[in-house]
Structure formats: structure tokens, C-alpha cells
Design a protein around this ligand. Structure first.
Ligand code: ZN
Length: 107
């Protein structure tokens, strides 16, 4: 198993996926985001949604905002809907997929 240079716990299973940061050749660079699994697509793509607070100085209050990113899911990381995950930026794997799931969080 490769060291991907991030402080995440590696998956217990292994896989043959070339586009897996742990067992394939995919390199990680850029941002590391945390979110919940909103949609499990057919194949190996998941939609990860993040919720964040946006501050309005004029009224000194926050509003909730949401953004979704598409991420590649290597077969060695089993996921269910609604689970917390960490995704890391990588090269674009498809038109809308510039992230890969690197860790399954507790939720
Ligand atoms: Zn793997």
C-alpha cells in the first residue's frame, strides 16, 4: 500500500483500481474536504455534500449553504448513504470528478 501523504486512516481492504490513491497510481494534491454521502451513483462515483455557514456582517448572522462535489470511490472503501467521508483533490478523473474518497469518517 502506498503512502498518500495525508493524515488519514488507510482502508482495510485492497483493490485493483488504478484510480485508487492507496493501491493504484492516482496522486493527491490540493484540497482535502469533509462531507456526507448524498448519492451513490452507479459505478464508482459518489456525490459528497458539504454544509457550511456564510456570515453576513450587516446583520451579524449566519446562513447555511450547501455545495456538492463529485468524487471517485475506489472499491476498497465501502460506503453507505449519509456517511461522513473525506475527499481529496486529484487530477480530473471525469468531466465533473476532480476528487477521490480517501477516508470513511465516523457518523
Ligand atoms: Zn484501493
Amino acid at each position: 500500500m502506498r503512502n498518500i501523504g495525508l493524515d488519514v486512516k488507510p482502508p482495510r481492504k485492497t483493490c485493483e483500481d488504478l484510480r485508487c490513491p492507496f493501491h493504484g497510481k492516482l496522486s493527491i494534491r490540493g484540497r482535502l474536504l469533509k462531507g456526507t454521502v448524498k448519492r451513490l451513483g452507479q459505478g464508482q462515483t459518489v456525490v459528497v455534500e458539504r454544509e457550511y455557514l456564510h456570515f453576513f456582517p450587516k446583520i451579524a448572522r449566519y446562513e447555511k449553504r450547501r455545495r456538492s462535489v463529485h468524487a471517485h470511490l475506489p472499491p476498497c472503501i465501502p460506503l453507505k448513504l449519509g456517511e461522513l467521508v473525506a475527499v481529496a483533490e486529484c487530477r480530473p478523473l471525469a468531466k465533473t470528478v476532480p476528487f477521490v474518497v480517501v477516508e470513511k469518517g465516523e457518523s
